[in-house]
Each structure stands twice: as C-alpha cells, then as structure tokens.
Design a protein around this ligand. Structure first.
Ligand code: SAM
Length: 232
C-alpha cells in the first residue's frame, strides 16, 4: 500500500545544514523557525482557531536524508553511538518512511503575506517539507508519569564561553538576526559533535543563518572561536 502526500507547508529556519540542529525540539528555544503554508492551504481558514493553542505537532519529511534508506537497528547518540536499538525504538532520521514529528511552541500566526506559523525552538532544517500541523492537547497528550526508555531526562549540556575575537565579531555585526548569541550558546550547549569524537584540538563549524560559527570542545566546555559571515 502506498499513499502519496503533498506538502502543506515549508520550513524557514536558521538551521541551514543538519550538523548542529538539536536532536529534539525545545532544546534551543532561541531558534526562530516558521512554517509557510503552501497553496491551496495558505488560506486563513485553514488555521482558524489555532492561535488558541500554545503548542502544535509538526509532521514533516526528513527530506535531506530520505534517500539514504533505513536499517532495523540504529545507534542512538544518547547511547554513546555504540549500543543499538530498533529503528522503531528510536527517533532516528533513517526510517522506513522518513517522517519526523516535533512538538513545538506556536508563538503566533502571520497573515501579512500568505500564512506563516511562527514557532520557537523547532529542530527543523531550512526547506523541510511539512505534511501536517495539529494542535497539541495537553489533557490527552501530557504524560509526566511516562517512562522515557534510554532517553529518560534531558541530555547533559556543555558550558559555553566565548573567545574575545568572537565577542568582538558578534558586537560588530551590522544587523544580526534576533537572539543570535543565545541561539549559538543553546546549540553548542547541546554538544553537536558526533558521539565518538572527543578531540580538543579539533575545530568545528556550525552554520546558523548566514554565519559559520567556529568552535572547539574541551573538558565539557564549548568555546566560540569565530563568527564567519558566509555569502547568502
Ligand atoms: N523531533 C523529530 C522526531 O522525533 O521525529 C526529529 C528527531 S531527529 C533525531 C532530529 C534531527 O533531525 C535533527 O538533529 C536534524 O539533524 C535532523 N533533521 C531536521 N530536519 C531534517 C530534514 N528536513 N531532513 C533530514 N534531517 C533533518
């Protein structure tokens, strides 16, 4: 059986590449993400009443990795990258059907040019196709007593500090995106490095908006080294 679906919207996000995107929503609340509804769904009627909800479920396609296929067993980063669990016991992007599901805060709906949902802290790549949007219903869906398996509790975070060069570069940016510094700190605190890498000499780059943020990690500290402006 197969079911063809059409995207109802497209994601606009500061995350221009996979590396650095937090592994779940809400971990970097400074990420200002929006979903632009596509025709014929970009009519105010389709979202009438949605503003009354603080959070929404976003169903989407892992479009950037969709062609890579799937395997029955995967190695979740939370287990250090060695232990394996079943694909359906994981939130891996490599799934039989490459579908993602994120619960995100709905900050508002913009009707100026079509319909755009303003979201906070979404774990979504720029250009992600959105298949569906549904309101989150706390009395049914909030389950504080639920068991979280191998992801019981938030991940350990890195401390983040700034090299003086990076601070100067940040201060000199002509028109920085809102909350850029907070976003950098929240993203690096999640330790974007692959689970098996621990090389204090290594310099990484994470792309946020049109900036390459260069950083290193040592002794549970991430250090922002440089903010490079990329060609838009
Ligand atoms: N919350 C979702 C879920 O549980 O279905 C996503 C979990 S998945 C582990 C989160 C990762 O998906 C992010 O860290 C990012 O690397 C990746 N991602 C986000 N958008 C993507 C896209 N459009 N295509 C491929 N990977 C994507």
């Amino acid at each position: 059986m197969s079911y063809p679906f059409a995207a109802v919207g497209i994601v606009h996000s500061p995350y221009k590449e996979k590396f650095g995107i937090p592994r779940q929503p809400s971990l970097a609340p400074a990420a200002e993400v929006s979903v632009e509804l596509l025709p014929p769904f970009n009519h105010p009627d389709t979202v009438r009443g949605l503003e009354a909800f603080s959070h929404v479920w976003i169903s989407f396609v892992f479009h950037q990795t969709a062609r890579r296929g799937w395997q029955a067993l995967v190695r979740p980063p939370r287990l250090g990258g060695n232990a394996k669990v079943g694909v359906f016991a994981s939130r891996s992007t490599h799934r039989p059907n490459p579908l993602g599901l994120s619960l995100v805060e709905l900050r508002g709906i913009d009707f100026h040019d079509g319909v755009r949902l303003q979201l906070a802290g979404a774990d979504l790549l720029d250009g992600t196709p959105v298949l569906d949007i549904k309101p989150y219903i706390p009395f049914v869906e909030a389950r504080p007593e639920a068991r979280g398996g191998f992801v019981d509790g938030p991940p350990a975070c890195l401390q983040v500090d700034w090299a003086s060069t990076a601070l100067q570069q940040l201060a000199a940016l002509p028109s920085p995106p809102p909350a850029l510094a907070a976003l950098i700190e929240q993203v690096l605190a999640q330790d974007p490095r692959p689970a098996y890498q621990d090389d204090p000499q290594r310099i990484y780059g994470v792309r946020l908006y049109d900036y390459n943020i260069r950083f290193s990690v040592a002794d549970n500290h991430a250090r922002v080294l440089e903010i490079q402006r990329l060609a838009p």
